[in-house]
Design a protein around this ligand. Structure first.
Ligand SMILES: [Zn+2]
Length: 384
């Protein structure tokens, strides 16, 4: 079956993270190679990078794809030596440029800004454009530290989000799925007030992490109102993540309450990471709600090629291609941003080729859909 050739289309990576300025993996608890492997797992268990990560389909493909690119033997040791022989900036520039990136949309909430290349520098290294997105929970925690009542915090949040684009951000991002789940509710005022006081006590005791559901949900509604008014996209972490996320509560169907609100219909909702493994549910939402979009991420969640084909078929099988957008979710190491661009073009090309074969679409339409998913849809949605 003939694939649709998307190899020369520059990508808009609609969700990724910064690259750390230090690409040398010196770690006291791990050997150097094991420390590098930690970039390719969502597990925080120490035995995983030591014993198991190198046997994943993703990691094996990474080594086999990197070896010819770096001009070395196809072994893990040779690949690691070749990447470590390059200096941090050189390696980052080489991989990002080879990925042919139009724009990187960066979630600057993690890793912390002090350890990654500043956004303008990353753009310069990659020979591309880079735009930051605002992580809501980080902003909320900052404002909670400054205010002594829930209503003051709400007002400050509303003001901080008064003009998101003028503030230099192209989108908002929420990690509610990591904190308290996607079943974002409207709470009675008293419950939210109690939750606020509980948060304050926890913060005074040294834990300023916002994991207090009535409070987080209440503040999210303040943000949603602003996003809807300004038609600013809100990205939600959905599905696959580290063990900190409760995957049962990461099902995108929990977002129904938010998606059903008529006053939020101006807010584009971007469901990240193909909602893996809830891709069918995410695709369904993108098919039913005009303002729901599905992100197709080919770096993380660190899948084998067959599984990437599978989620891409599921997404394109139910959702309009005008609602699908490419990303890498690359973080920390530039290899993720790079291999994702290669795999994303290849997998999308193959699945579009199947659609042509089944006479669902013409080759010309399939090529245009490929360009839209890799680039055009994001340019329109984020007003790049
Ligand atoms: Zn991410």
């Amino acid at each position: 079956m003939q694939s649709v050739d998307l190899t020369n289309i520059p990508v808009v990576d609609n969700h990724c993270h910064g690259v750390t300025t230090d690409q040398v993996f010196a770690d006291q608890a791990f050997g150097e190679v094991e420390a590098w492997r930690r970039a390719f797992t969502e597990s925080t268990d120490a035995g995983m990078p030591r014993e198991h990560v190198a046997t994943t389909a993703f990691y094996r493909r990474l080594i086999r794809t990197l070896a010819p690119f770096l001009g070395c033997e196809t072994t893990e040791d040779a690949v690691f030596a070749a990447r470590i022989a390059r200096e941090d900036k050189g390696l980052t520039a080489e991989l990002l440029r080879a990925a042919n990136i139009d724009t990187l949309l960066l979630d600057t909430g993690f890793p912390p800004p002090e350890v990654v290349f500043p956004v303008p520098e990353l753009a310069e290294l990659g020979g591309c454009r880079a735009e930051p997105m605002l992580r809501l929970e980080v902003l909320m925690e900052e404002l909670l530290a400054e205010h002594d009542s829930l209503s003051d915090t709400e007002e400050a949040l509303s003001i901080a989000l008064e003009d998101v684009r003028a503030g230099g951000h192209v989108a908002l991002k929420s990690i509610a799925a990591y904190r308290t789940g996607l079943d974002i509710r409207e709470w009675p005022r008293e419950d939210a007030e109690v939750s606020f006081r509980e948060y304050k006590r926890a913060a005074e005791a040294g834990s300023a992490r916002l994991v207090h559901k009535p409070l987080l949900d209440t503040l999210l509604h303040v943000a949603f109102a602003q996003a809807a008014r300004q038609e600013i996209p809100v990205q939600f972490h959905v599905g696959y993540g580290d063990a900190d996320t409760d995957l049962l509560l990461g099902n995108p169907l929990y977002l129904r309450r938010v998606l059903q609100r008529p006053d939020y219909r101006g807010m584009p909702v971007v469901l990240l990471h193909e909602c893996y493994p809830y891709t069918r549910q995410g695709g369904y939402l993108a098919a039913v709600y005009e303002n729901a979009y599905l992100d197709l991420s080919y770096g993380i969640p660190l899948l084998g090629y067959g599984e990437m084909l599978s989620f891409t078929r599921q997404a394109l099988g139910v959702a309009p291609s005008s609602k699908l957008m490419y990303s890498s979710d690359g973080i920390g190491v530039p290899e993720l941003h790079w291999i994702s661009a290669i795999d994303g073009r290849s997998v999308l090309g193959q699945v579009l080729g199947e659609m042509v074969h089944h006479e669902e679409t013409s080759l010309t339409e399939a090529e245009a859909a490929g360009e839209s998913m890799l680039r055009g849809n994001a340019i329109r949605l984020y007003e790049l």
